[in-house]
Write a protein that binds this ligand. Structure first.
Ligand SMILES: [Zn+2]
Length: 239
């Protein structure tokens, strides 16, 4: 495992000098495009998401998670399968490949969080085609409609939610999760995300988002049922 650590340190060193430049496009942008992963068509959106690594208000553990996410080096079931460590299995909930991006952006846990985030965007009057898109949920770059200091609070919160999404997908109980399990895990994730913004100079946007999401917590079983219905409809054989 030592060579992995050395390689990771090398990438971190390279990126820490490059991330001083907001126009820098990391190589992971081009490999994502090559592999057909969802990536913003506009390079500058990806660059700006990458630039978050340079923001000292984002806790260092969140920054390293975000770097691994952008570089696609987080552990996922697909990766373990490719390394012959796990059997080839799709996501137990969605019957699709359990890639890193699926578990963090498109699986049931992140999808429900995305629904609540979108409702918050509407509530705040920040809803545009851009901010409500799947790609925005995946990379969360700064936009003109949201004041930058508010955006940083949201970005901090957003990374923590993604960290929770990744963590729960690694738990052995994950395949048996049902509506109430997702509800409980999302509740914990909201609290942790709120705590991750506690050190920010102005925390009011993160607090408003926390209260907004907690108010919607009872709607989670309903969203879960709708997502499950959609997944089953998509995976049903067509006659
Ligand atoms: Zn899934």
């Amino acid at each position: 495992m030592h060579f992995l650590k050395a390689a990771f340190q090398r990438i971190t060193q390279q990126t820490s000098s490059a991330n001083q430049d907001i126009n820098y496009t990391p190589p992971s942008y081009f490999t994502r495009r090559r592999d057909g992963e969802d990536t913003p068509r506009d390079k500058s959106c990806f660059n700006q998401s990458f630039y978050l690594l340079n923001n000292s208000y984002i806790p260092s553990s969140s920054r390293s998670f975000h770097l691994e996410y952008l570089n696609r080096t987080l552990i996922s079931h697909t990766k373990l399968t490719n390394m012959n460590i796990a059997d080839e299995n799709p996501c137990p909930h969605c019957k699709t490949l359990a890639t890193q991006d699926h578990m963090i952006n498109d699986c049931i846990f992140p999808k429900i969080c995305h629904i609540l985030f979108k409702q918050f965007m509407v509530d705040q009057g920040w809803d545009t085609r851009e901010t409500l898109s799947e790609t925005y949920w995946a990379f969360f770059w700064p936009v003109k409609t949201i004041e930058y200091r508010k955006y940083i609070q949201l970005a901090c919160f957003w990374i923590e939610i993604k960290k929770s999404a990744h963590k729960i997908a690694q738990t052995s109980r994950f395949p048996r999760f049902r509506a109430l399990n997702f509800q409980a895990k999302i509740l914990t994730a909201i609290k942790m995300a709120n705590a991750s913004t506690k050190h920010l100079p102005n925390q009011e946007t993160a607090q408003t988002l926390t209260h907004f999401m907690l108010d919607k917590i009872d709607s989670i079983p309903h969203h879960y049922a709708e997502l499950l219905y959609e997944i089953n409809r998509r995976s049903a054989p067509r006659w």
